[in-house]
Design a protein around this ligand. Structure first.
Ligand SMILES: [Zn+2]
Length: 197
């Protein structure tokens, strides 16, 4: 008898404690919930202050920068793809942009530099490989400014126009090679990317 009562009381206390714990457990999430709300409210205030600097007008498709850009400015085309000349052992495998020595050459598209150096008739040559494996060759450069392994954005400087290799005057000889051994017409490739060389 005397041992039952304390047991009941213990059970009762345990039950009460259980309720208390449950109540605490119920209270805890709402307290935890209140915390982040206050933090969020503070963050919103900060954002509101920063808003005038960060708000941008909606961008339409026409305003997005093109994925490809022309490699030089102030040029004229002097040699087209497939043309014949005593300068070349086969037909012309690129597109020639005649421009004064020292004219900056910019990467047509984003890619990684896989070659940079002397290549006989091509003179000083830089090869940039695009993510899809297409190679872009920039030949006859006066000065090379990028090294193998460098990641270039479209429009980034990679060298300067020159007259190195087999040439009659300063120009950029550009080649587009979807597979390393098969050059395609750069003029067509550029126009397919929305450019008018
Ligand atoms: Zn050429």
């Amino acid at each position: 008898m005397s041992s039952r009562l304390p047991l009941r009381r213990t059970v009762a206390r345990s039950a009460a404690l259980g309720v208390l714990l449950a109540a605490t457990a119920l209270a805890a999430p709402s307290e935890a919930h209140a915390g982040p709300e206050q933090i969020a409210a503070t963050s919103v205030d900060t954002d509101v202050e920063a808003q005038p600097k960060t708000v941008a007008k909606p961008i339409t498709l026409e305003e997005l920068p093109p994925a490809w850009v022309l490699p030089v400015s102030g040029y004229h085309l002097t040699g087209t793809f497939g043309a014949s000349s005593s300068l070349w052992s086969s037909t012309h495998t690129g597109l020639d942009f005649a421009a004064p020595t020292g004219t900056p050459i910019r990467s047509v598209a984003a890619g990684v530099v896989t070659e940079s150096g002397w290549d006989g008739a091509y003179g000083n040559k830089t090869v940039v490989e695009l993510p899809d494996g297409t190679q872009l060759w920039y030949c006859h450069q006066n000065t090379l400014t990028v090294g193998v392994g460098e990641q270039l954005a479209a429009g980034e400087l990679l060298g300067y126009v020159g007259a190195t290799g087999n040439v009659t005057g300063p120009h950029l000889h550009l080649e587009v090679r979807p597979t390393p051994d098969v050059p395609v017409d750069p003029y067509t490739a550029l126009t397919e990317h929305g450019l008018a060389p």
